[in-house]
Design a protein around this ligand. Structure first.
Ligand code: AP5
Ligand code: MG
Length: 203
């Protein structure tokens, strides 16, 4: 399978790039933020609980997120060429649970692509999106809180992937198309090295 994580601070372009990458590589896009917003819109028990975290910029509890993500993985694993995990894992506990769960299912452990964008640019993008998105977390106070939580809780996930040799850095500044080319180059290189190692090439 072709599995990777698109990671980076709020507003770095995870959703935007995932949409393009899904088309190019025929993958399933799993965004935990989107899954939670679906639950909120459907007013499920999970959604009602999640809303109280999302609307103030906090992370939802690990156990809730892990269960939701693995359910989506299990529903799709036999039907797709691979997964883009967008916004998951966001804590070291989630990264560790993902590794265990994928190992247990015989699914290749994904590598992590970290999209780096300047803080000022992140705030500009999210404030602009907030004019039309209707997202409860796209306002300046909550954006600041999300960025703070990213630094304290999510940035350490990068070290987890560095330690297992699966961390890839990409410059997330610039035009959408040029960032897409940079990410595509990383994916193509990964696939090529799999081929050279004589591992499964088809994805
Ligand atoms: P989530 O939905 O994942 O939000 P996020 O990480 O804050 O990221 P965004 O979706 O806001 O931004 P993005 O990186 O997708 O950027 P986008 O492409 O939209 O999570 C929301 C909340 O859910 C969390 O705060 C948390 O509460 C909860 N949650 C989710 N996952 C969780 C987990 N694993 N554990 C616990 N809690 C979890 O782009 C942003 C804007 O910029 C758009 O308007 C876009 O058009 C624009 N844009 C994109 N690229 C460019 C570019 N190159 N130049 C100019 N503008 C651009
Ligand atoms: Mg997103």
């Amino acid at each position: 399978m072709l599995n990777f994580i698109l990671c980076g601070a709020p507003g770095c372009g995870k959703g935007t790039q995932s949409t393009l990458l899904v088309e190019k590589y025929n993958l399933k896009h799993l965004s935990t933020g989107d899954l939670l917003r679906e639950e909120i819109n459907a007013k499920t028990e999970v959604g009602i609980k999640a809303d109280s975290y999302i609307s103030v910029g906090n992370l939802a509890p690990d156990d809730m997120i892990i269960a939701m993500l693995l359910k989506a993985v299990d529903e799709n694993a036999s039907k797709v060429c691979g997964f883009i995990l967008d916004g998951f894992p966001r804590t070291v506990a989630q990264a560790s649970a993902l590794e265990d769960a994928f190992e247990a299912r015989g699914i290749e452990i994904p590598y992590l692509i970290d999209m780096q964008v300047d803080k000022k640019e992140l705030i500009t993008r999210l404030i602009k999106r907030g004019e039309t998105s209707g997202r409860s977390d796209d306002n300046l106070d909550t954006i600041k809180k999300r960025l703070e939580i990213y630094e304290t809780k999510t940035a350490p996930v990068n070290d987890f992937y560095k330690n297992i040799g699966k961390y890839r850095l990409v410059d997330g500044m610039g035009e959408v198309e040029e960032i897409f080319e940079r990410i595509s180059a990383i994916i193509d290189k990964e696939q090529l090295s799999k081929c050279k190692e004589n591992k499964q090439f088809a994805y």
